[in-house]
Design a protein around this ligand. Structure first.
Ligand code: C2E
Ligand code: MG
Ligand code: MG
Length: 687
């Protein structure tokens, strides 16, 4: 169990215990509060009752005493017939009657003379009957005076509260009921000490406290038991929860590992990914730096892989990649890292290197091994690769930069004819940077109005001008005129070739309209890079253009290279059919080099085949080229297509193609591509 899990289980134990304690405390406080509340209520009730009781008892007793005194006096008056005599006898009789006239809480009757102020006529304590207590002071109160004055003021009875000494000799609050008995000029009173109330209340308090104590004790016991029970339950629950957590943690860890593995290793080949490569390089770098050693990074890109993938499908492509991955791994040691960088790009990060010779030997071995036949479903496939090499730390010590450099070197190897390797050199970096710069510039070239169209005449076999091929030129402010051979691939990479192609067509239409006004109607052939176009969209845009200028589609031809069509034959066929449906004719450009499959060729809506300049240029010296050219012309005838010979530069070439039945001629023999005005001057006016 790790620390985290321990803490979790502690937490699980701790929480219910805390909650039990808190609930117990809460219940106890509520109990104390409610007991206090009832105690207060009871106290008030007891006090009220006591008071009521006190009043009724004392009053009752005094009234009874009054009746007794009255009866006694009247009896004595009957007997003695003398008021004074009867009065004295009555006074003397009082102890007989009232010494035993007692009731609970030590109640008794007292009587004071009103006439002889301070004289006690009767008191349970006989000694008070012998002294005058008129000026008796208790805690600043002249109590005899208070009682007497109250009685005089309310002769029919009143209550008086004052401080007195109770029979135990302690000063206590006392309430007495007093009433005047006129015939004897005395007041009769009886009182009660309030400490009896305190006693009652104390009793009550004691009961409440006992109740409370009992309650708390019970609560503590119940809380304690439930705490133990809780703890036991929680202990087992937490065990269970712990196991759950552990399982959960393990699962998360497993998922994490899976993710890590996914990020780190390529699904298809099992090689390191780009991410994995970066991490592995960081490790290798540390060791190299510590030991002052060098290494190399190889950037390997398969040649023509895209075509293989497009024509044979991804499944075959993936199989080939797997085989290559396996071969690469076998070429290096376990310490070297083989990476699938993306698509058909691989990287090898060598663990360390001694010298350049060692790298060269390894790279040559890799180039060779890649070329071995790859057998998939009993069919042999052959691929080659181009490799760029960069050295750490000589070229750079930053991984991304090294990769970029190796990539540039690989690119250079491709430019030089593929199936070879190149070490990175500063100049290569510069060339690649230049290319990148141009790529950004070409994006803005349309808006900056840097493009221009040229026209190269196409002449028919009767030497009549049939039309012109429209060829784009880029007037780069720094580099001057750049050939489309150079910038079309850039425009493709920059993803703007569709825009450029449409721009050329629109310019051609505009130019044609100007010529129409002068009575010239040449057929204009515009080039498009068909496999870069999006189905549906290109034909739509073309249709819009034709509408916009109300342009007759019969004056427009579209040229697509054979190689371009074959890069994605299915897509090309769809797009070209859409174009053909608009009434625009289609020519296959650079025919003879693109390894066309006749199956596809038959499906294409083609009008003309343009025989590639490669076959024309060495006529009449190269007899093979003559044979090929001848058969390409007759192939066109057999397929009911017209043929155009491209790059005709001299009379022999012209005679050869015409004598073999070629329909149209294009080439420097007549003219290189020229601006519109020149074309008009030289070829439209004279025609
Ligand atoms: P392409 O369509 O095969 O055009 C013919 C190329 O051969 C033109 O090169 C032309 O100047 C050249 N040429 C014609 N006759 C002769 C000759 O007798 N001798 C020699 N040495 N060359 C000759 P350019 O204008 O440099 O165009 C190169 C390629 O760029 C074109 O080949 C075409 O594939 C592409 N391209 C040109 N304009 C466009 C365009 O607007 N869109 C697209 N997608 N591609 C274009
Ligand atoms: Mg062309
Ligand atoms: Mg061509």
């Amino acid at each position: 169990m790790n620390l985290k899990e321990k803490n979790i289980s502690k937490l699980i134990m701790f929480l219910p215990i805390v909650s039990v304690i808190i609930t117990s405390l809460l219940i106890i406080s509520v109990a104390i509060f409610s007991i206090n509340q009832t105690f207060e209520k009871q106290k008030q009730e007891i006090t009220k009752k006591f008071m009521q009781n006190l009043k009724s008892t004392t009053k009752e007793k005094v009234n009874l005493a009054y009746v007794i005194v009255d009866a006694l006096y009247k009896e004595n008056l009957k007997i003695y017939k003398d008021r004074e005599k009867a009065k004295n006898v009555t006074f003397k009789n009082f102890p007989i009657f009232f010494d035993n006239f007692r009731w609970p809480k030590k109640g008794y009757i007292f009587m004071f003379s009103i006439k002889n102020k301070g004289v006690t006529v009767y008191h349970i304590n006989h000694k008070f009957m012998k002294i005058n207590r008129w000026n008796l002071v208790r805690h600043g109160q002249k109590i005899i005076q208070m009682i007497t004055n109250a009685a005089i003021k309310h002769p029919d009875g009143t209550y008086v509260k004052y401080l007195a000494y109770n029979p135990d000799g302690k000063p206590q609050d006392k309430i007495s009921y007093v009433k005047v008995y006129k015939p004897l000029d005395i007041l009769i009173g009886a009182g009660v000490y309030l400490n009896y109330l305190d006693k009652d209340l104390l009793q009550l308090q004691k009961q409440a406290n006992e109740l409370l104590n009992n309650l708390i004790k019970k609560f503590i016991i119940i809380s304690f038991i439930s705490l133990i029970l809780f703890s036991i339950i929680v202990f087992f629950l937490s065990k269970e929860a712990q196991q759950l957590f552990v399982r959960y943690e393990n699962e998360i860890q497993k998922e994490k590992n899976k993710f890590k593995k996914k990020a780190y290793f390529d699904n298809l080949t099992g090689l390191y990914t780009r991410y994995g490569a970066k991490k592995e390089f960081a490790k290798i770098k540390k060791e190299l730096d510590a030991n002052n050693k060098k290494t190399a990074i190889l950037f390997i890109d398969l040649d023509h892989f895209k075509e293989i993938n497009d024509s044979l499908g991804h499944k075959v492509g993936d199989e080939i990649l797997k085989v290559i991955a396996g071969r690469l791994k076998k070429c290096v040691t376990i310490k070297d890292k083989v990476v699938r960088f993306g698509g058909d790009e691989f990287i090898i990060i060598l663990n360390e290197i001694k010298d350049e010779k060692e790298i060269k030997e390894l790279v040559e071995k890799i180039l060779l091994v890649i070329k071995f036949a790859i057998n998939i479903d009993n069919v042999n496939f052959y691929v080659s690769a181009s490799i760029g090499i960069t050295i750490y730390p000589d070229d750079s010590n930053d991984f991304e930069t090294l990769i970029r450099f190796a990539d540039s070197a690989m690119y250079e190897a491709k430019e030089r004819g593929k199936d070879r390797y190149m070490f990175f050199k500063k100049e290569i970096g510069k060339a690649v940077d230049d290319k990148l710069k141009l790529k950004t510039e070409i994006r803005k070239a349309i808006e900056k109005d840097e493009f221009e169209i040229y026209f190269q005449p196409q002449i028919d076999k009767n030497e009549k001008v049939y039309g012109a091929e429209v060829l784009i030129r880029w007037n780069n402010p720094e580099k001057g005129i750049i050939s489309p051979f150079h910038f079309i691939p850039l425009a493709i990479e920059a993803g703007i070739i569709d825009k450029i192609d449409l721009w050329v067509i629109e310019e051609a239409i505009k130019q044609h309209i100007k010529w129409q006004e002068k009575g010239y109607y040449p057929i204009l052939s515009c080039n498009i890079t068909v496999y870069q176009l999006e189905k549906g969209i290109f034909a739509d845009n073309l249709k819009k253009l034709l509408h916009k200028y109300n342009f007759d589609a019969k004056y427009l031809n579209i040229e697509v290279t054979e190689e371009g069509v074959m890069k994605n034959p299915e897509l090309s066929i769809k797009i070209l059919n859409e174009v053909n449906d608009l009434g625009v004719k289609i020519n296959i450009d650079d025919f003879g080099t693109g390894y066309s499959s006749f199956a596809y060729l038959k499906k294409l809506p083609v009008n003309k085949l343009k025989i590639d300049r490669e076959f024309i240029k060495d006529i009449p010296d190269d007899k093979d080229d003559e044979v090929i050219t001848k058969s390409l012309i007759s192939l066109a005838k057999n397929m009911n297509l017209q043929s155009v010979a491209e790059g005709v530069e001299n009379q022999e070439q012209l005679d050869f193609v015409l004598s073999n039945g070629c329909d149209y001629i294009q080439g420097y023999f007549y003219s290189p591509p020229i601006p519109a005005s020149e074309f008009e001057e030289k070829f439209l006016k004279s025609n």
